[in-house]
Each structure stands twice: as C-alpha cells, then as structure tokens.
Design a protein around this ligand. Structure first.
Ligand code: HEM
Length: 508
C-alpha cells in the first residue's frame, strides 16, 4: 500500500519495488525444490537422528561431507556426501545428503553456544586442523596469510553468501557489491563502489564532517541519563545505531517509528545465512519477513523524498551498468546500508557494550574470550575512555561483526581434509574466515586475550583488510567502505554512555 502511494509521486523511471523483490526465485538447486522439501518433511525423523549425531560428533560431520572412502572411487562421489552433491550441482536425487547435513550444521551451532566462530573452529577440527575445512558448498581458508592474500587480490565473486548459493532476488538483492567481482577499473564493482563512496560514504566531505560533529548531541537528546548497564539493552543500541547510520549518510534523524524499520536489518541477520532448502522447510517465513523489510526500507527513501541521491548514483554509472527500474539500485544500495552498515555496526556496539561489562556477547562463546587483563568493569571503562578506537578494534578482532566472506576459486587447487588430498575445481566457492585469521597465533600472540594495547592490532582483518595500515585502500581493494562511518557511530553511541570526552581521540 505504502509503495503504491509512493509510486504516484516518484520520479520517472523509478519503478515499483514490489516487482523487484517479489520476482521469481533464480538458480534454485534440485535439493531446494518444493519436492525435496516435501520429502524432507516426510522423512524428518530419519534425517534428525543422523543430523543430531553429526552435529555432536566431528567424525560423522566429516563423513556427511566427504562420504566414505569408497565413495571417492565413484566418479564425483555420488553416493552419500554433501560435497559430492555440490560437485554435481546439487541435484534433487542427492537431496537426502543435504537434509541430514543442514540438521547436523544447526545442531553443531546450537552445541557451540550459537557462536559462529566456535562452530567454525569445531568444523576445522572435524576436518583435521589443517589450512582448510569444508562447509556448505565450498572450502574455507583459515590462515591469516591466505585470508589476507585473498583480500589483497582481484576476487571472483558470484551470487553466494556464507559459502552457499544466495537466495536471489527474494532474500538478497541481485548485483549487490558483495556479489560483484573486482576485476579491473572498468568493472561494474568498481563503478558502483566509487559511486557509493563519493555519494554517501566519503568521510572527508563537508556534509560528513558536519554530521559527525552533531552526532553525539543527537544521540544524547534521545538517550538521557545513560548508564553502563544500558548497554545490555540490545533494542536500544540497535535503534540508536540505525538512526546514526542513516543520519550520517542522508542527513535525516529518524523518528522511532522509522528507525524501527531499519533496525530490522540487524534483528533479521540470522535469515541471511540459511540456504533456500531451510527457508522453504520453514515455509519461507524468513524470506517473507526480509522481503517486507526491503519494501519498507525503500519506502523510507520514498517517504523522505530521497530518490535524487539514488538517481544521481544511477546517472554516474556507465549506461551498461544503469539499473532499470531505478528503484532496483535503491534496493541494492539500501541492502548495503542495512545489511552491512546497520547489521555490522550494531553488532560492533553490542560487542563493545558487553565487553565494557565483562560479559560475553550473545553470539560469542565464553571459552574463546579472556578478560584477564581487566579484572573489573571500571578497568574496562577506563581502557575504553583512554583509547576508544583501540578498544573497539580489539573487541571486533576477538568477536568480529562479519565473520567471513565468500569468493570463487579462480583456479583448480588441491587441499587437504582429514589428511587426504581433494581437488577443488575452478569456480568452487571459497570462504575466507577472517574471524579465525584474526586469531592466528603467528600474528596475534595469546589470541583469546582481550588486549587493546597489542602492537599488531591494525593487522586484524575485521573490516575486510588491515584497517589502519599504510595504503590500506590500495592494498586491500575491497576493504569495507563504511569503516570510518562504523567507528564514528560506535564512538558516538558507546562514548555517550561511558562519558567519553569528545575530540579526545583521532581516527586512524
Ligand atoms: C563494524 C562495522 C562493520 C564491519 C566489521 C564491516 C566489515 C565488512 C566486511 C568484512 C566486508 C566484506 C564482506 C564481503 O566482501 O563479503 C564489508 C563490505 C562492505 N561494507 Fe562493511 N563493515 C562494517 C560497517 C559498514 C558500514 C557502516 C557500511 C556502510 C553503511 C558498510 C558497507 C559495506 C559495503 C558497501 C561493503 C561491500 C564492499 C565491497 O564488496 O567492495 N560496512 N564490510
């Protein structure tokens, strides 16, 4: 209804967001068809028994992925492995391998206190503690060197997320920056990234600097008499971060009602990592909510008459990359703002807020975080106020808002899993696990210990590159373009609560 009314006053060529978001699903794998989902429901007890065993026992998890040794004698290991199924393009006939595998993955996640990092470490051990493990449809790289090398390279990308084919166009918008290869200055990625940066994210431009100066007082108006314990109020953090991110980009301080919509990007984060098979198994409950979120988010741009920002960006693109209808670009841009910007920055503030109270964040695992250097809450607050940027960077090294990212292998390569060689063909999905790289002991001694004074802090790959090192943008071409914005927002929100003196710090 909102979109219909908005259509009446939107500029020519703008279009209707509903037609973009509710277009038919693309690239549905055989095991994610409704037939497979129906059979999964019918045989659920069998898959559950197997899946629960796999999720609790590393040997069985590896077996679900690799199959038995005999399977490798059969071309493409057809018989029972999820890796074999991925190699064959996930046909419907091999769907049972996925039914138990997804239940196994879910069980393992719950058993690892719902911490993605703890799950990755558990899976890495299941595959023999080497340089790689397997999850979803591809192999995962865990060493600092390999992750950093991938981040420095021209990456091949596809519509995939969390090392599985992304659900497009219903869950993810198509052609978002994350899905585009950075293969040269004439690439779609290069044009889109530069347009986004110069229009909305340039931290050196006048608008940005003026807004950054006002941010803290806007937060203060909304949040009187702050106390450290307020940082446990996750809803309040998410709401404030949503307002801040939008204000910094568009110059409008949202009402609670509008900010509630944007907050949905963080609240619904869990839906983005699920494969289509699971979404359909849950009757597309998550996908429908995200579709509604995308429509309402574009509705905010229309409601506040901000279409010209998007029209400008579209104009700046070479003709071959322009979007038709233009609302599609708005959806893609707001996807980046919501998913990467609001999701990432909220997660960052939630982690910092928990650390300041010596608490373990909701999605982290207690045995992976050591607060020995800061025995009291007061010592934590003091550490934050004396060097807030180091505090934020170290919190996010230990508990990164974005734990890993998906690229596509550009060549055939051989990797070791459980001591055996496996050939990964060109175009196999490859995840680089920056949350594990950030704990590589060869770079970060005592990696579990929270220590904002560590010398190698800027080596952390949290923002998709070593943020704070010389020529970071040239060395890491895909380094997060919102890194300064995320720091500015975290400083304003958390700094307001800790009583941080404004201007007492300098951004890297
Ligand atoms: C603490 C907060 C944040 C963290 C840790 C973070 C981290 C990251 C990481 C790891 C990536 C790479 C993901 C991938 O390639 O799959 C990324 C990409 C990106 N981030 Fe952030 N981000 C944060 C906040 C933001 C903010 C505030 C914005 C903007 C509003 C933003 C916009 C983007 C965009 C557009 C990309 C895609 C860049 C590309 O592919 O070239 N991020 N970010």
């Amino acid at each position: 209804m909102m979109a219909d009314t908005a259509l009446l006053k939107t500029p020519a060529g703008w279009g209707d967001i509903n037609e973009v978001v509710y277009a038919p699903p693309q690239n549905v794998a055989g095991d994610a068809t409704w037939l497979s989902v129906f059979c999964m429901w019918l045989t659920l007890p069998i898959s559950c028994v197997q899946g629960i065993i796999g999720g609790l026992c590393q040997f069985f998890m590896a077996f679900f992925v690799l199959g038995c040794y005999c399977c490798q004698c059969i071309p493409q290991w057809l018989c029972c492995s999820s890796m074999g199924s991925a190699e064959c393009g996930r046909p419907c006939i091999l769907a049972p391998a996925w039914w138990r595998y997804v239940i196994g993955g879910l069980t393992a996640l719950i058993a690892q206190s719902r911490s993605r990092l703890a799950l990755f470490i558990w899976e890495w051990k299941a595959f023999g503690n080497g340089d790689h493990f397997w999850h979803g449809e591809g192999f995962w790289s865990v060493t600092y060197k390999e992750c950093s090398d991938i981040m420095k390279s021209n990456q091949r990308r596809s519509s995939s997320f969390a090392c599985i084919q992304a659900c497009v166009p219903d869950l993810f918008a198509t052609n978002i920056l994350l899905f585009l290869s950075n293969n040269g200055p004439d690439s779609e990625w290069a044009y889109l990234r530069s347009a986004l940066h110069s229009t909305l994210l340039d931290h050196g431009c006048r608008d940005y600097i003026d807004r950054q100066k006002k941010l803290r007082s806007l937060v203060a108006n909304d949040w009187p008499n702050p106390k450290i314990s307020d940082l446990s109020d996750i809803d309040k953090i998410r709401l404030t971060v949503s307002k801040c991110v939008f204000y910094m980009m568009f110059g409008i301080w949202f009402s609670k009602e509008d900010a509630e919509i944007l907050k949905g990007w963080r609240d619904m984060a869990v839906y983005f990592v699920l494969p289509r098979l699971v979404h359909r198994f849950l009757f597309n409950f998550g996908i429908c909510r995200v579709q509604g979120l995308r429509v309402k988010t574009v509705g905010l741009i229309e409601k506040h008459g901000l279409e010209s920002f998007i029209m400008d960006i579209n104009e700046k693109l070479p003709e071959k990359y322009r979007r038709t209808p233009i609302v599609k670009l708005c959806d893609e841009m707001m996807f980046a703002v919501g998913f990467a910007g609001i999701g990432g920055t909220s997660a960052c503030c939630e982690t910092v807020g928990a650390f300041l109270q010596r608490k373990i964040p909701e999605e982290a695992s207690a045995h992976l975080i050591n607060f020995e250097k800061f025995p009291t809450n007061e010592s934590m607050v003091e550490a934050f106020n004396s060097n807030p940027i180091a505090y934020i960077k170290e919190s996010c090294r230990i508990d990164p808002p974005v734990t890993s990212a998906t690229n596509v292998s550009k060549e055939e390569r051989v990797i070791k899993l459980r001591g055996r060689d496996y050939t990964m063909s060109e175009n196999t999905l490859n995840q680089y696990v920056l949350s594990m790289a950030n704990r590589d002991p060869s770079i970060f001694p005592n990696p579990d210990v929270f220590d904002p004074s560590r010398k190698e802090l800027s080596q952390a790959l949290t923002w998709n590159g070593a943020f704070g090192t010389p020529d970071e943008e040239k060395v890491y071409p895909r380094i997060c373009p919102g890194r300064y914005l995320s720091l500015d927002v975290a400083l304003a929100v958390v700094g307001h609560v800790t009583g941080l003196k404004e201007g007492s710090y300098k951004l890297p």
